[in-house]
Design a protein around this ligand. Structure first.
Ligand SMILES: Cc1cc2nc3c(=O)[nH]c(=O)nc-3n(C[C@H](O)[C@H](O)[C@H](O)COP(=O)(O)O)c2cc1C
Length: 327
């Protein structure tokens, strides 16, 4: 399949693996790129720019295909060493960066000069237009269904994607709720040039996370995610568990007076315990509603091959047959 995204990124299939904290390590990024998609290393999971440089080198040993790095710009009192991370990306020869969170404008000149393509992930049309105006090459449009941070507008992809198509000139991929060939064809029909998946890629053989995480996703239905941190305007979609229930109870009890410090035990530093140790109730971790469509743990290659085969089947058989019945 050729789309503006496969051409822009130099990949075979219009499928991107979104950055995921403590999931997007070299093993997963390389597996996705080797299967013809675009794998992405999560920058901030590496505690220092030096460690990111090593992770990029490790990924390069596992694939000779293009892969990217995610840079998430979070509001924080002591920000990470972003200039150092940008330098590690450029010196590591990475040609695609997925930015997320705050406006990436400050980092664009250095990235552009180094020939890096920037895909900004955003949750609304107005942010997508801003990304286009400041010179991003593409956007990843994250609907309300998505795992992680869906923003505060709550617009699902059936509305958000066609709105993005109406408004944008740069290419965009659909993100949030994407799982299979049906998702890909729907995304293309709504105007996207491909799709970005997070949760689906966690439940794969190569995802370097504890088996408990993969089984939790397989066991979950579309009813099992919760939105947390809305009172802090930092809404996150997570898989429900004992810690999330405690967190929601605190939100209920403290109302508008809640502060980030009140929920620290449920959210701070919990990712290594969940993703590496498999301590599934250790805290809140991002997961999409798409868990309801995930029933197995295939290899990344089998997953991507299956998505492409199903997409072709839907377009060339099902849709062609329906269209042929026009009177
Ligand atoms: C466990 C997990 C961790 C994530 N961490 C990040 C992150 O660090 N930075 C980021 O930009 N997006 C992060 N995301 C969001 C994904 O990149 C992607 O946008 C989202 O998962 C798409 O929705 P889906 O899960 O329905 O496919 C994370 C998602 C998950 C499930």
């Amino acid at each position: 399949m050729k789309t503006r995204i496969t051409e822009l990124l130099g990949i075979e299939h219009p499928i991107i693996q979104g950055g995921m904290h403590y999931v997007g390590l070299a093993e997963l990024a390389a597996a996705v790129s080797n299967a013809g998609g675009l794998g992405i290393i999560t920058g901030l999971t590496q505690r220092t720019p030096e460690l990111l440089a090593k992770e990029i080198a490790r990924c390069r040993e596992m694939t000779d295909k293009p892969f990217g790095v995610n840079l998430t710009f979070l509001p924080s009192v002591t920000p990470p060493d972003y200039p150092g991370y940008v330098k590690a990306i450029i010196e590591g020869g990475v040609k695609v960066v997925e930015t997320a969170g705050n406006n990436p404008q400050k980092w664009l000149p250095a990235l552009k000069e180094a020939g890096v393509k920037v895909i900004h992930k955003c949750t609304s049309v107005r942010y997508a237009l801003k990304a286009e105006a400041i010179g991003c090459d593409a956007v990843s449009v994250d609907g309300f269904e998505c795992g992680g941070h869906p923003g505060e507008d709550d617009v699902p992809n059936f509305i958000l994607l066609p709105r993005a198509a109406e408004a944008l000139k740069i290419p965009f991929v659909a993100s949030g709720g994407m799982a299979d060939g049906r998702s890909l064809v729907a995304a293309l029909a709504l105007g996207a040039e491909g799709m970005n998946m997070g949760t689906r890629f966690i439940a794969t053989q190569e995802a370097p996370v504890h088996e408990n995480v993969k089984q939790a996703i397989v066991a979950a239905s579309e009813l099992d995610t919760r939105l947390v941190m809305r009172p802090l305007r930092n809404t996150e979609r997570v898989l429900n568990n004992a810690a999330v229930e405690r967190l929601i109870e605190k939100e209920r009890a403290l109302g508008a007076n809640i502060k980030f410090e009140d929920i620290l035990p449920e959210v701070a530093g919990v990712y290594p315990r969940i993703m590496q140790e498999g301590a599934m109730d250790a805290g809140a971790w991002s997961c999409g509603m798409v868990a309801g469509l995930i029933n197995d743990v295939p290899t990344v290659k089998d997953l991507i091959d299956r998505i492409m085969a199903q997409a072709h089947e839907i377009i060339a058989q099902r849709l062609a047959r329906i269209d042929a019945m026009r009177v």
